[in-house]
Design a protein around this ligand. Structure first.
Ligand code: PLP
Length: 472
């Protein structure tokens, strides 16, 4: 009746036999002989183990299908698109700002054609990379000069290394923040070669603290916009304008790390006012650093703006070469900045701003459309409710000023946290992973960042409770 395991193994088709199936031939056509053979071997290996514990011997075509699935899975990019339903618009772990179409097109051109990256078309001589962006950045910030590097962490590192290598960098204890991902201000300051001089206390720093610390050994007075936390209560900080007067009087440059560094007043879009780069320059900072892929809505980049003489020093620093921006992001940044020239259409063209400015009523209407779709897919055990929630800007910007939003709150009749974890895992296993957050006994899918509603619905159709979504 039942054959012995050894005889089952003998019945397993050979690699060659599987290779002769039409499905395997198609796999060879698409993925090549070598990869297909390896995938068939892997499939056979797994089946051999299963047969030892009593599983049936598969047909050659089943093995070929298994191999094809493996090949397709291996071909899928590791850096995959996901649906960001976390409610955090600038989610550092999900890639921060989404690029505008105009920036995407500029990147495509810069990638596929030769470009005048460091070439002056007028004279036919060598040009400068920064020439493409300098005037634009100055236009929107009121600064004298500008340059761009890999990210804002690099901007801080480069500026401090240029101005305070072997000298003192004076900073308030209340501003020695950790940004996340092991990026800590005191560490990067020390690594820049500056001697860190902390002044004041965690909650209060006064002008006299700076006045007693800034002297002949000081290379730079450093101010950090503590965008990612706020101290309430008995607090005091020296405003940039006042600190700038102190620095000027002592003949030391003031560097202001703005972090998010928006170019426009966000209050007009219903967000809280975040200091703009123009304001930081007007308040007397000699150099200002900020990110390209936070509120600016562009590619990853670090912008350094301010005094011409100081930027000349920054540009002479050999580290600049190691930290400079590549042509793709330069192209994207130029196109992104140009969108700011037409403020009337900015909210529609710049995805970051578009998502941040989305009215809660729109999001709620979308949630009402999607609730029955998701409910249908998940079945009776789960309740899918349209719920109000709060979105976050993210990337350390305005952490306490959440935005009214809406989404789908999925709960299970058992109230079990484990079931919700399993549901979250199954949603992440979809062809396009869906990322939500679990809070208050529900899996919350904040729809603020959902623009492709039909895409999400189609994606959800592949849902299977055990996860392991289908591979396209
Ligand atoms: C985010 C941030 C940084 C780091 O910027 P990246 O672009 O992520 O390198 C530095 N300083 C402040 C205040 C920030 O908020």
């Amino acid at each position: 009746m039942t054959s012995l395991p050894t005889s089952r193994l003998r019945d397993l088709p050979s690699v060659d036999r599987v290779l002769r199936t039409p499905l395997a031939a198609a796999a060879v056509e698409r993925f090549g002989q070598q990869s297909t053979t390896r995938a068939i071997r892997d499939a056979l290996e797994e089946v051999r183990a299963a047969c030892r514990t009593g599983a049936a011997v598969p047909e050659p075509s089943d093995l070929a299908a298994d191999a094809l699935l493996r090949l397709k899975a291996a071909e899928r990019p590791s850096l995959r698109p996901v649906f960001n339903l976390t409610g955090t618009v600038l989610h550092t772990n999900l890639g921060r700002a989404l690029i505008a179409d105009e920036a995407l097109e500029a990147m495509r051109a810069a990638m596929s054609e030769a470009v005048a990256l460091e070439f002056d078309i007028g004279t036919g001589r060598r040009g400068e990379r920064d020439d493409h962006l300098r005037a634009l950045i100055c236009e929107f910030t009121g600064a004298e000069d500008a340059t761009v590097v890999n990210n804002n962490a690099a901007a801080v590192l480069l500026v401090l290394n240029t101005l305070s290598l072997g000298r003192e960098a004076v900073v308030s204890r209340g501003e020695l923040i950790e940004i996340g991902g092991s990026f800590r201000m005191p560490d990067i300051m020390t690594r820049s070669g500056a001697k860190l001089v902390e002044v004041g206390t965690t909650n209060r720093t006064h002008p006299k603290d700076y006045l007693s610390a800034v002297g002949p050994a000081t290379g730079v007075v450093f101010k950090v916009h503590t965008s990612n936390y706020r101290i309430d209560g008995f607090t005091a900080e020296v405003p940039a304008r006042e600190l700038s007067a102190i620095a000027k009087e002592r003949g030391v440059p003031l560097v202001h790390d703005l972090g998010s560094g928006t170019l426009i007043d966000l209050a007009q879009y219903g967000l809280k006012h975040e200091p703009t780069v123009r304001e930081a320059i007007a308040d007397g900072a000699d150099l200002v650093t900020f990110s390209g892929d936070k509120l600016l809505g562009g590619p990853q980049a670090g912008l350094i703006v301010g005094r011409k003489d100081l930027l000349a020093e920054v540009n002479r620093n050999p580290m600049k070469r190691a930290l400079r921006l590549d042509k793709l992001r330069l192209a994207a940044l130029e196109a992104t900045l140009k969108l700011y020239r037409n403020p009337d259409r900015l909210v529609e063209r710049l995805p970051t701003l578009r998502l941040l400015a989305r009215p809660a009523a729109d999001i709620a209407a979308q949630a009402r459309r999607l609730a029955p779709v998701l409910s249908n897919i998940l079945g009776d055990e789960f309740a899918v409710d349209v719920a109000e929630c709060r979105s976050q800007v993210g990337s350390g910007a305005l952490p306490l000023d959440t935005l009214p939003s809406a989404g789908l709150a999925v709960s299970h009749q058992s109230g079990s946290g484990q079931v919700l974890e399993a549901l979250a895992a199954a949603l992440r296993a979809l062809p396009v992973p869906v990322i939500g957050r679990i809070e208050r006994q529900a899996l919350m899918l904040d729809l603020r960042c959902l623009e492709d509603e039909a895409g999400l619905a189609a994606n959800l159709a592949s849902f299977s409770p055990g996860g392991g979504g289908a591979v396209a």
